[in-house]
Design a protein around this ligand. Structure first.
Ligand code: NAD
Ligand code: MG
Length: 394
């Protein structure tokens, strides 16, 4: 029996993780759930899954939650308030497995704490890895933590790696990684209408049902840029050994090209419960609840090279990983600020890339060798990105 802590339980990945965990209550005990402020969803999850601990980052919401459970039969749950408690629950002795599913930089410290504590870390929160890079991978190596990728592409690549492969190492027999992308909702949209797309259009992903931030990232293809950096770190490869492939059907979730000419692909319906179940059962397999793939219904699959003019964010991600140092941290921070502004209708869709590019131009690839340097670069890049937003033409 394994104890699981779900960081970001109320989000899209969190909900899918609880769905899988409930199918395997003989193997998984839900120990801790965390939310930013969505206490309505958290309350329902507590009734169903009976965790011992919850964390609510928003302190007022935490008080409200304490009042809500008072006198109910879940009144014995320990309710923690504030961001620091995320690290507390991610490192509990009763927790073996941590699902890192907070969105954005807010997930870094608890995910890193779980890695340092030697937990099995199921990594969905790609921003945490992109911003901290080698520091995160070193923490995993030093503590002996088990790192399993949840991002569907990285989970697919992991499944296609040689037997016994451990993330963080390189695999000599691998020639190339083919990182697939759906191309998002604007793959065919006329370029001159892109400035006018609305947040609602941007979050309506054709193939995946996800949180709002990652949905916008998919529309700009910054998601693929972050995943490119994520893949370089997880599989210890250079960016030039990764080919991004647009595959609109999202049936192949990525491929590994071997020196003997074999190309292995992992396929399945686009449902995050597959990679989640893969990681939760690893090195075995168990049932996920995902509809079996009907290959005849798929019929055919298309592949095309990405257009870096249409998707400048992907170009910026290549630029950031090639430059190294703090540049991936800067890219991620500027993107988080720009996407939030776009979602609040502060900037246009096409301004996201403009803000990131102008922000990056104001940094050098200084060292990112310590957590302090990473957090400082993250903070400075956010300030710079906000300035660049103010400087945009109205
Ligand atoms: P979401 O927006 O649906 O959920 C985010 C979760 O994080 C929620 O539980 C929320 O309460 C919590 N959260 C938000 N801000 C927080 C803060 N400041 N402090 C603490 N908690 C906070 O997002 P999602 O789609 O589930 O994505 C989660 C992560 O997984 C992201 O990093 C995303 O890139 C990655 N991911 C998601 C998918 C997907 O299909 N949804 C696929 C691959 C990777
Ligand atoms: Mg992905």
């Amino acid at each position: 029996m394994k104890g699981i802590c779900i960081l970001g339980a109320t989000g899209s990945i969190g909900v899918s993780t609880l769905d899988v965990a409930a199918r395997h209550a003989d193997r998984y005990k839900v120990v801790a759930l965390t939310a930013n402020g969505n206490i309505e969803t958290l309350f329902q999850q507590c009734l169903t899954h009976r965790p011992q601990h919850v964390v609510i980052v928003n302190c007022e919401k935490a008080d409200e939650f304490r009042q809500t459970i008072d006198g109910t039969d879940i009144a014995d749950i320990t309710v923690h308030a504030g961001a620091e408690a995320l690290q507390t629950v991610a490192t509990l002795d009763t927790v073996d497995v941590v699902m890192a599913a907070i969105v954005g930089a807010a997930g870094l410290l608890p995910t890193l704490a779980a890695a340092k504590a030697g937990k099995t870390v199921l990594l969905a929160n790609k921003e945490a890895l992109v911003m901290s890079g080698q520091i995160f991978m070193q923490a995993v190596a030093e503590s002996g933590a088990v790192l399993l990728p949840i991002d569907s592409e990285h989970n697919a690549i992991f499944q296609c790696m040689p037997q016994g492969y451990t993330p963080g190492h390189s695999a000599a027999q691998v020639r190339r990684i083919l990182l697939t992308a759906s191309g998002g909702p604007f793959r065919k949209t006329a370029l001159d209408s892109l400035p006018n797309v609305t947040p609602e259009q941007a979050v309506a992903h054709p193939k995946w049902d996800m949180g709002r931030k990652i949905s916008v990232d998919s529309a700009t293809m910054m998601n693929k840029g972050l995943e490119l950096i994520e893949a370089c770190l997880l599989f210890n490869v250079e960016p030039d050994a990764i080919q991004v492939v647009i595959h609109p059907q999202s049936i192949i979730h990525s491929m590994v090209d071997y020196v003997d000419g074999s190309v292995l692909a992992q396929m399945g319906n686009p449902d995050m419960r597959t990679p989640i179940a893969h990681a939760m059962a690893w090195p075995e397999r168990f049932e996920s609840g995902v509809t079996p793939l009907d290959i005849f219904e798929v019929g055919h699959m298309d592949f095309e090279a990405p257009d870096l003019k249409r998707f400048p964010c992907l170009r910026l991600a290549y630029q950031a990983i090639r430059a190294g140092g703090i540049m991936p941290t800067v890219l991620n921070a500027a993107n988080e600020v720009a996407v939030e502004s776009f979602l609040n209708e502060g900037i246009r869709f096409t301004d996201i890339a403009v803000v990131i590019e102008r922000s990056m131009a104001r940094f050098k690839p200084d060292s990112a060798d310590s957590l302090e340097l990473v957090l400082a670069a993250d903070g400075q890049a956010r300030t710079v990105a906000r300035e660049e937003i103010r400087l945009l033409e109205p």
